[in-house]
Design a protein around this ligand. Structure first.
Ligand code: ASP
Length: 413
């Protein structure tokens, strides 16, 4: 077949396709009343995120009231955490990979223009969230990683800086001294075994069932905290860092920030930024830079994001699953619970494994309905998992949860 004939065939096929599509599709999707539910904006801004300990959520709300873009408002909150050297889960001061190198991940979605951007394993650039937005705006790509992402950032005027603070280095040294990493079979492997020195019978059978009270782990946790605190002391780590350092050794996957925003006009955006799982193997990417896992926004439906064990969230495409459940009529809470149930299902509801996993979803529907849901009810020695909501009143609310109890440390007692 000559080129002209091929081209003619192609053109007539595309014309046919275009014609049939035109006759089949409603003119503009949700607005024309197809099966998608119509979520009417509440006519005021709403922000959902985690506790930040700073003024950025209130500031972002004021920005939205003054007409700022929803993604800019979300990234304002992210930047607060990225700038804080005492937040060891995000940006400057974030905990490094096992080699002592800080690698940041982030993703953003901009509802009004239905665009996305993401960066992964990016070194030396503090504002990974802003960089993800830059990828969205200033390249034809959605996701950039590693050295290429860093070079792109520098070309776009971002400052190159050492993100590994002295405090983060001390915590890393404590982790190295303690000597346990992420190599070997993962928790989803048939070869995985619960930490060898977990006292037998520490988890009574009844307590492994959803909604039953957690076993009292306090004694075990406290004795391990004591041991690590003494080790930190012997290593000359200043006492004001002990608590944080010990927590990061016992529960390495805490932190990250996700922010979903809605303005009075009903526009939505989402952003997630993190230094990722502490002590990760270099090059590891979690869920935070994955569009559909750590962050997903659909301008017609809502916006959602996650913090917790990224590997689990990637496998259930958490944020996208939640948005799609809401598209089919689920409430934010029901949608979040379904994503959590899918994580549990991936383990055949095996509680001896699920006890070591952590997940929180932050969910905002376009009509202003919201939910924060977590796999387990509490963290550490029993403090309730929470999220922050601002819909005119800034407040912290407890998460709804799938299982009652506390996530155990993956690093053996
Ligand atoms: N989701 C992040 C990751 O897996 C970590 C976290 O949220 O704690 O990299």
């Amino acid at each position: 077949m000559d080129t002209l004939t091929t081209r003619r065939k192609f053109l007539s096929r595309s014309a046919l396709t275009a014609a049939s599509l035109a006759s089949l599709s409603p003119v503009s999707g949700a607005e024309e009343g197809n099966q998608q539910p119509q979520f009417k904006s509440p006519g005021k801004p709403v922000i959902i995120t985690r506790e930040t300990g700073d003024a950025t959520v209130a500031e972002a709300y004021a920005m939205l009231l003054q007409g700022a873009d929803t993604l800019d408002a979300a990234l304002h909150v992210c930047a607060g955490r990225e700038n804080d050297p005492n937040d060891h889960s995000v940006g400057y001061g974030g905990l490094p990979n096992e080699d002592g190198v800080v690698e940041l991940d982030a993703s953003v979605m901009h509802g009004p223009t239905r665009r996305a951007g993401a960066v992964g394993a990016c070194q030396n650039i503090r504002h990974a969230g802003l960089l993800a937005k830059k990828v969205m705006e200033r390249s034809s790509h959605v996701m950039m990683v590693g050295e290429g992402a860093e070079r792109f950032a520098i070309a776009e005027g971002f400052k190159k800086e050492d993100l590994f603070t002295n405090d983060a280095r001390k915590i890393w040294l404590l982790w190295k001294e303690n000597g346990r990493g992420w190599w070997g079979p993962g928790i989803d492997s048939p070869d995985w075994k619960p930490p060898v020195d977990t006292p037998k019978g520490a988890i009574p059978k009844a307590a492994l069932m959803p909604r039953h009270p957690a076993p009292d782990q306090a004694e075990m946790v406290l004795s391990e905290m004591k041991r690590l605190t003494a080790l930190a002391d012997r290593m000359g780590i200043p006492s004001n860092l002990h608590r944080e350092a010990v927590r990061e050794i016992l529960w390495p996957t805490t932190g990250t920030i996700h922010v979903s925003t809605l303005n009075a006009a009903g526009e939505m955006s989402g952003a997630t930024t993190t230094s990722g799982l502490a002590w990760k193997i270099p090059g590891r990417l979690g869920d935070s830079p994955i569009i559909g896992a750590g962050c997903y926004t659909d301008q017609d439906i809502g916006s959602a994001g996650a913090t917790g064990n990224g590997e689990e969230n990637i496998k259930v495409a958490g944020a996208h699953t939640i948005i799609d459940m809401m598209r089919q009529g689920a409430s934010p809470k029901e949608a979040g619970m379904e994503a959590l149930r899918r994580i549990a299902r991936n383990y055949n509801n095996d509680m001896t494994r699920l006890r070591y996993l952590d997940m929180i979803y932050y969910i905002l529907r376009r009509d202003g309905a919201y939910a924060g849901v977590s796999l387990w009810s509490t963290r550490g020695i029993g403090s309730q998992k929470k999220f922050v909501i601002h819909d005119g009143t800034l407040r912290t609310e407890p998460c709804d949860y799938l299982f009652e109890g506390t996530t155990l440390s993956i690093h053996p007692f």
